[in-house]
Unconditional design. Structure first.
Length: 413
């Protein structure tokens, strides 16, 4: 039970983010939780090492390098100008962020957009004196909701898509999830407009072109983006073709980082400045969540409730709730075999993907991309979102999102 107590303390500390006058960062809280379960013997050092997902760590490391190079070269600022120069009002800007980033998240992977998108929205907020919390929330919701549409939008979707029960994954995901995802992005806009209505004045946004500050690093960053785009396209083709090739997202991220690591004179500076605290957070999270899962508490509680684990409402509900406690990827890895063994329909498997993804809108810990966004914002500009600031919009949005997916999946299933 020590692991459960530690998890509860971690959740409380992430919510309040301080002890007395001492202000804590999310990665420090999670690291303390992992060290606590190690020190008390709740998990052995060997099992703790095994719990850390090396693929996730290497993927983040690679994309962090590309994101840092984009930012330091000034190329990211130029890209943000190109992407958002047509926005003349805050309404159009938020809609562009939600639908533009949401569409990209379906193809470029949610964590990739979180890494690259955070400095972009912070830059736009600073230049136009827009509330940074509004911008960070728009980015977080766009990435979470948008990534649900595609089998490669996030790791948990990929796990579901690779199962034999899903034929032609891209077509299947688009058929079941495209329309409800568009509806959910619109709901996110309406809720943001409601909660931040005072921000939506009639100001004209700044669309001044941005200059490159380091031409060589910018050129290498462009090459990295091209490599990433080409390899993602190859991955999509392989998935469509049903090819049994071990072509992981980790390989894509590391290949994209290679031009910067091999050819940039600033390689050491870039590597030093990447978001190391977020990498620490994820390593610690894997250890703590493994320790919690090993207690068997949540498994026994689900069994005790005697739920029909193959019904769409239960799949959505369990996915959203359990993803907050052990993260969405491990949750899908554990739940998917249960559904397959029980003979779940295609709509049931898609419900698992949608529920585990939309869980990211409920709390900060519901999605890795949320943590990346907040850690990035704190490290780069000292801006942040508190647990309560997130959930006050995240809770009603998630309830609406789940309702929309449930209606569409029931209708199409």
């Amino acid at each position: 039970m020590i692991s459960l107590i530690v998890l509860l303390v971690v959740f409380v500390l992430i919510a309040v983010r301080r002890i007395g006058k001492l202000r804590l960062q999310i990665w420090q809280i999670m690291l303390a939780g992992a060290l606590a379960v190690l020190a008390t013997g709740e998990i052995s050092p060997l099992n703790a090492l095994k719990a850390i997902n090396i693929d996730v760590m290497l993927f983040l490391f690679g994309v962090f390098i590309v994101g840092q190079a984009l930012e330091e070269s000034g190329y990211l600022s130029q890209l943000s100008y190109r992407l958002f120069r047509r926005a003349r009002s805050l309404d159009s800007l938020i809609l562009l962020i939600l639908f533009g980033t949401g569409a990209l998240a379906a193809l470029l992977m949610n964590d990739t957009l979180a890494i690259i998108g955070t400095p972009v929205v912070l830059l736009i907020a600073r230049r136009n004196n827009v509330n940074t919390k509004l911008m960070l929330l728009a980015l977080a919701f766009a990435i979470t909701i948008g990534s649900a549409t595609s089998p490669i939008g996030n790791p948990q979707n990929l796990l579901v898509a690779l199962d034999d029960g899903i034929t032609n994954p891209f077509v299947t995901f688009f058929k079941f999830l495209l329309l409800p995802t568009v509806a959910n992005l619109l709901l996110a806009y309406l809720l943001l407009r409601l909660f931040y209505r005072k921000e939506f004045d009639h100001r004209t946004l700044d669309s001044t072109p941005q200059l490159i500050t380091d031409e060589r690093l910018a050129a290498l960053s462009r090459v990295s983006l091209i490599i990433m785009g080409v390899l993602i396209a190859v991955k999509i083709v392989l998935v469509f073709a049903g090819a049994n090739v071990d072509f992981r997202l980790t390989y894509i991220a590391l290949a994209a980082a290679l031009p910067i690591v091999l050819f940039s004179p600033k390689r050491l500076q870039v590597v030093r400045r990447i978001d190391w605290p977020t990498l620490v957070f994820f390593a610690a999270m894997f250890v703590l969540m493994e320790s919690v899962w090993d207690t068997g508490f949540f498994q026994s509680e689900i069994a005790r409730l005697n739920l029909d684990l193959t019904s769409t409402p239960v799949i959505l509900g369990v996915s959203v709730v359990v993803s907050q406690l052990i993260s969405n990827v491990p949750m899908v890895a554990l739940y998917l075999p249960v559904l397959i063994h029980a003979g779940a329909t295609t709509s049931g498997l898609i419900a698992l993907a949608a529920g585990s993804t939309i869980a990211g809108n409920l709390t900060i810990l519901g999605a890795a991309s949320n943590v990346i966004i907040i850690q990035n914002a704190e490290r780069k500009q000292g801006e942040t979102l508190t647990f309560l600031e997130f959930v006050r919009i995240g809770v009603p949005l998630t309830l609406l999102n789940v309702g929309v997916y449930w209606l569409f999946l029931t209708w199409l299933g």
